[in-house]
Ligand binder design. Structure first.
Ligand code: ATP
Length: 456
């Protein structure tokens, strides 16, 4: 979406000596850094609340508060900017404490401009490297979009293509189809992968809190705001934010997001000034956003800003051929999670799973599988299929294809034949059919097999 204010790394200098602050500016500005100077802790804190700082240079001996205490407070506030401590007369204990607190370096005054520049450069390089390493580690269980159907293959290709750009993407699709998975995958394959991926469920946040959740707030901005808080846009700086259920966002919040997209700036609730952020915006919805625009429930200008690239995640019904692959993948993950031995799943079960319309898509499939894997014995058989799957079958049968009708007719005739052979004894028929008695009862109900069919 937005362009960062400047690509220069920003260094905050906190030192009560004016000469030192000035000499640091003189040393670092020609090297391409933006230097922000603060003479006391309060001024430094204000800067940290308003700007995103890449590195801090903190003097240990300050007039009002010592540099180490200040840094501890910054960390408690959830700001983890790397720091280099400086001091003219620090004690050994203070130096040791500076290292213990995670200071990258400790510079003794007086230091040369070269020494300072080298230390700053190394610190920023080290931080960038650490970030990349974290991203690689976080990436190892890369979100896998399972499926081999043409629809899924196209989705994966499109997602990878768009990942390389900074375009805003609107991901649509029914509930549980994998919209978040796609958003996560776009982020992981983008140049932003080292920075955070922040998911926001817009429908879960009350309207009165949304502004403070997204943009943060200043202390005392409203009743209960006891401290300054960073908003999710700030947390996602340099990375990606995924605004899920975007259609549920109220109009005032939509206006605020539009402003962020236009200006690249956010304003904390109760703050006087705005801060620049660089965030890529992905959004998701299972609703028809175009229709919401037509009804006046969603801003048209915001719709076009969000929908630079549309991606549609197909429902599970549209890619029935992916079900066996998904079942295998999900079952393996679930067995690991539940400490279960891997189980075989009968072909008949897969057949039934393919027939069901899956209104809750992959999430529903996941839940059904989990229940079946936990409740089954050595292998998962049709007996383990849950009620709801069989209950909806009548509808599925009635609305079905010629092939389905043929299959039902054949199955019905076969079951009637076996039941007749065993003179209507369901237990014996079930044994011959190789299925459980309860399942045979269910099939008889679904296929409408009654006494008159067996004894006529
Ligand atoms: N193609 C897929 N391969 C593997 N897992 C998938 C796939 N699609 C979805 N899932 C899994 O299904 C679950 C639901 O997916 P996800 O939360 O991404 O759906 P969603 O469309 O964002 O849902 P909602 O609209 O309800 O927020 C997740 O656990 C996800 O990992």
């Amino acid at each position: 979406m937005t362009v960062a204010p400047s690509n220069k790394p920003t260094v905050l200098v906190l030192d009560d000596e004016k000469n030192i602050r000035r000499s640091i500016e003189i040393a670092l500005e020609p090297e391409g850094y933006e230097v922000l100077a603060a003479h006391d802790a309060a001024a430094a804190m204000r800067i940290l609340q308003e700007r995103i700082v890449d590195l801090m240079l903190i003097d240990i001996r300050l007039g009002d508060i010592d540099g180490l205490t200040f840094y501890k407070k910054v960390q408690t506030d959830g700001i983890h900017t790397p720091v280099i401590f400086i001091s003219g007369n620090a004690t050994l204990t203070e130096a040791a404490q500076a290292v213990k607190l995670g200071g990258f370096d400790f510079l003794e005054k007086p230091f040369t401009a070269e020494k300072l520049a080298v230390s700053v450069r190394r610190c920023l390089e080290y931080t960038a490297l650490q970030r990349r390493l974290r991203a690689v580690e976080a990436r190892s269980p890369a979100p896998q979009i399972v499926g081999d159907s043409p629809a899924i293959r196209k989705l994966v290709t499109d997602a990878l293509r768009v990942a390389e750009t900074s375009a805003n993407v609107l991901i649509t699709g029914e509930s549980g189809t994998g919209k978040e998975l796609v958003a996560n995958s776009i982020h992981t394959h983008s140049a932003r992968c080292a920075a955070p991926f922040v998911k926001v469920n817009c429908s879960a946040i009350p309207e009165s809190l949304i502004e403070s959740e997204l943009f943060g707030h200043e202390r005392g901005a409203f009743t209960g705001a006891s401290g300054t808080r960073r908003g999710l846009f700030e947390v996602a700086h340099s990375g990606t934010i995924f605004l899920d259920e975007i259609a549920d966002l109220a109009l005032p919040a939509q206006a605020k997001i539009l402003r962020v997209l236009q200006s690249g700036e956010i304003q904390k609730v109760g703050a006087e000034r705005s801060i620049k952020v660089d965030v890529r915006v992905l959004s998701g919805t299972h609703k028809d956003l175009k229709k919401a625009v037509a009804l006046g429930a969603f801003r048209e200008d915001l719709y076009y800003r969000l929908n630079v690239v549309p991606l549609r995640v197909p429902s599970l019904r549209e890619r029935v051929e992916d079900i066996p692959l998904l079942v295998r993948f999900i079952a393996q993950r679930l067995c690991e999670k539940n400490n279960l031995k891997e189980k075989e799943i009968d072909e008949d079960v897969l057949w039934e799973l393919k027939r069901y319309p899956w209104p809750g898509n992959v999430r529903e499939l996941q839940n059904v599988l989990e229940r079946m894997l936990i409740m089954s014995g050595e292998r998962v058989t049709v007996v383990n299929l849950p009620e709801e799957l069989l209950a909806t079958e009548v509808t599925a049968t009635n609305s079905g294809s010629a092939l389905r009708e043929f299959r039902d007719r054949t199955e019905r005739a076969y079951i009637i034949g076996v039941l007749r052979k065993h003179k209507g004894n369901v237990s014996q028929a079930a044994v011959e059919l190789g299925i459980g008695r309860p399942y045979l009862h269910k099939r008889m109900a679904v296929l409408e097999i009654g006494k008159k069919d067996i004894y006529s």
